[in-house]
Every structure is written in C-alpha cells, then in structure tokens.
Ligand binder design. Sequence first.
Ligand SMILES: Nc1nc2c(c(=O)[nH]1)N[C@H]1C(S)=C(S)[C@@H](COP(=O)(O)O)O[C@H]1N2
Ligand SMILES: [Mo]
Length: 556
Amino acid sequence: MFTRFTKEEKAIHYPADRRMHIGVKPYMKVLFALLILLPLAAAWLQFWITGLPADPVGISNSTTPADPAGFPMWVNLSHWVNFFFLVLIIRSGLSILVDHPRLYWNNGCKPGTDWIRFTPLKQPKDKSWTAKEDARYISPVLGLPGYRHTIGIARSWHFITVPFFMLNGVVFIFLLFYTRQWVRLVPTSWKIIPDAWNVFVHYATLHLPVEPNGYYQFNALQQLSYFGAVFILAPLAMFTGMAMSPAIENRFHWYPKLFGNRQSARSVHFLIMIAYVIFIMIHVAMIAATGLVRNMNHITLGTDDTGSLSGLYIGIAIIFITGGMGFLAHWLSWRKPRLLQQLNAAINENLWRVTLNRFKPKAYYNKKDISPYFWANGKMPASETWQQLAANDFKDYKLKIGGLVDNPVSLSLQELKDLGMKQTITMHHCIQGWSGIAEWGGLPVGKIIELVKPHAAVTTVAFYSFGEGLYGGVYYDTSTLDNCLKPQSILAWEMNYETLPPEHGAPLRLRIENQLGYKMVKWISSIEFLETHESIGKGFGGKNEDDEYFDLLANT
Ligand SMILES: Nc1nc2c(c(=O)[nH]1)N[C@H]1C(S)=C(S)[C@@H](COP(=O)(O)O)O[C@H]1N2
Ligand SMILES: [Mo]
C-alpha cells in the first residue's frame, strides 16, 4: 500500500516463492511437548487423586495488601508504553529472524544442524548457496517492515525502539522499589511455589480459583509470571541480544559463552520472544476471564470501578493506537528509510563510539574452534577483469592504493606477502545472523598505512571490490583509519591455512574483526584514503549502507 518497489527490489523483497514453513527437529519437538505435557499431566493426576487444592489458594505475600493506592498512574503508563514498544520490537525481530531463517546451538551454523528453520528449503549440497539467497519472505502484517531481506530497516526499528523499552523498564523498576508496589511482584517467601502450583492445578483442570482482588494483590501464579516477565524475560532478552554483537564478542570473549555461544544466544533470544508471546496470550485471556471491565479499569484509570466501561474503551483505544503505529511504521519504512537509518545511528552509533569502541578487539580462538562450514555471501564478481585474473591464479593482480597519500602504490600479491603476514582465528558475524570461526592470514592494514603515508586530513579508508552489490554497482565499504590500525584488521589472502577460495573473496579480502560481516569487502580491487566517506557512493559509508540501509557504522 505504501510500498513502491522497483523491478529489482520487487525481485528481492517480494519473490515468487513466499511459502512459510516452520520445521522443528524431532528432539526439540519432544522437548517442547514434554515441557507442556508434563505439568499438565501432573496437574490432572493430582486433581483425580486428591481433588482440587483447598481454597483459599495462592495468595502469597498475603498478609499486607501491596499498596492501598491500588494502581498508581505510573504503573498504568509504563504497562502500556511497554506494550507499545514490545509490539514494535517483536515485529522487527521477526523481520531480522527470517533474514537468516535458521536457529542453531553451534557457532558455525553448519547446514543440517539448525534445530528450527523458517524456510521450506534445505541448503543444496551440489551448488553454492549464499546466506542472501537463503533469506525468506515474511508478511508485512507480521514483520516490520516485512517482505524479504529488509534487515537494514528492521534493525533500525529494533534498535531505535529497544532503548525506549529499556528506559521504560528501568523507570518502572525504580518506581516499583521506591514505592511499595514491589510487594505485588517480588515474592518474599518460597511458599509462593506451592501456592502457584495450586493455582496452576485449578487452571489446568479448567477451574477458576477464588481470586484475590487484583487491585491490591495478585494470586501466586499471576505474581510469579509477572515477576518472570519483568525480572527474567526482559533482562535475558537484553543480555542475549548483546551476546550477538561483534563489537562485544571481540572484546569480551567470555560474554557470549554465558549463553553457550553466539548462536545459542540467538536461539534463546528467539525463545524469549516466544515466551513473551505466550505470556501475552495467556495474560489477555485471563484478564478477560476474571472480570474484563474491572481489570481494564485497574490498568488504565487506576480505579477499582466495576461498572464503568471507560477502562475497557481506553484499553481498546491504546491497542488501536499501537496498531496504527504499525501503519505509520510501514509508511516510514518505505518512504523515509534514510531517516530511520540516521535516527538509529544517532542513538546507537554514538553510544558505541564512546563506550565499546575504546576497547581493542582481540583474537582468542584456537585451531580446534575453526568451524567445519563457513557460509558464503554476496554475488561472485561477474567482471571480466576479475575472471581473467582468476584464470591465471591472480599472478597479474595488482592492488591499487591511492587517494590522499604521499606514496600511492600498486602491489602484486607477492609484493604484499613480502610486506609481512599475520594470522588470526576469529569469529565472523554476519548481520543476517549466521556466524563462523575461521583462520585468516594476510597483511595488517597498518603496514599499508605505514607504506603509503596518508595525509593528515585522512580519516577514512575505502575498499573497492571487483564484485557488485545486490542492486548492481561497485561493492565497496569504508572504515575509519583508526579501525584499520587495530591489530585485527588485515588484508587476507589465506583462509584456514589455504589460499583464499574464490567464493570467500580471492585474491584479497578485508578482515576487520570488531565489525559486522558486510564491512569485510571481498575480491578487493583497490583501496582509497579519504577525508570522509561522504565523498563516495551515495555518501553513507558503503554499498549496503547506501542501498540497503544497513547500520551506519563506518566511523566507529
Ligand atoms: N565484494 C563483496 N564483499 C562482501 C560482500 C559482497 O556482497 N560483496 N558481502 C559481505 C557480507 S554481507 C558478508 S557476511 C561477508 C561474507 O564473507 P564470506 O562469504 O567469506 O563468508 O562478505 C562481505 N563482503
Ligand atoms: Mo553479511
């Protein structure tokens, strides 16, 4: 409706194959089934043998009402603000998810080891299959912005909204403990566990227990689940999200290990989203089942009124506003993508620059960590020049290095090798979600900088490729001079102790380990030293930043 795709964009964003398929590995199906069925079976068994647990059930922190004030306005406001942002976060998260529609427990994302896939396709074994080809379509009704391979815009939404979600959470938790409202949510006695179980036996066997007046306090199961949503799900979502960041992984190697590895963190991040969705569904159902009108007055007006329909109407209005935001977000996504990209950068790029970027990335991995499989990405160069060079094993290859330098040079592979070599084993973080650990060997970019002597005004280094971007035009990307001087920045001609294979960027590719994968230009043809990245391409610092609205990280 608001989208106007060109022919090229349509082929990518709105492909012929828009099938949705969810394939779960049998062992995970069994696990999920057990997680649901075991408690249900136990509840029914208890009900058949001993009958329902006696009333009154499960009013844990029961001696004092939480707060005679009932629902103060800040609780109601933060509840709905939370809902508003959670919807945006989940929807943009779904768009990000389907850009690499597979989840794993292993870092290397080896084909066939995904425990769940959101694609009917299995990777073909007989031909190359890039991560971009593997991306799937999701309806814009579900995903924000939806369609296929719209991860740049989706990430803008995700990272613009996350800070607000977190800020709201922090204010909520602060006020919770500043007032006595915390008594409502935080259990103070282990008795809450048997109490919550008793409530569960009621619900599971289709009975409603005697409920406390929710205006003052919740039943034990309700309290536990609210506590879980606030104090377990939200922080875990934040922590697993951070574990996927290359900037964090390369500096604080131990961090993603808290969740196993980067891919299990991604899996857990997804499962938390599922937990939120299940929570919301049960929460809404229970709100309706236990006195919709009165409950809605609690959470909107903050009154214990049983007659007035105002609360219900306000709640419905807020849900409509949140739905309306979906339309606005759709419009912004396709009409003002640059605005979103820049807003995201204004918030997060600056945050990164003053925090994480002060630490040096390190390489920590050992030979034994090297992934058995490494996804490839991007279009192989169609250029005749590259193909002729490749046919002759790149013996005639010359890397041109120029721009604002005292000593422009043109170097063959042998001349580059004579300048020195460094080997590192690092993890590659593709923006789409997959990762892989590999050894890379090549010349530190710092050595090139020493050799060509950039002018004092130089801040940025551009790397141009023989290959093209997704929508045509030369693939390129830029990095700050500062980043290029970091020890892990190398021009690699070796991968896993062998000559860099064509699909991974032969004869030369960039490795710049504190960055996402798209910054690491493959099939490099030339390097240019610049005063600013704004003078080349469309001025956003790279082909993907120009055409696909990827994160503006060029200068961090
Ligand atoms: N020239 C060129 N370089 C490129 C790309 C591309 O499309 N063209 N894709 C980038 C992306 S998105 C990733 S994830 C990595 C993938 O490197 P690999 O194929 O060796 O795994 O290359 C980066 N470098
Ligand atoms: Mo990527």
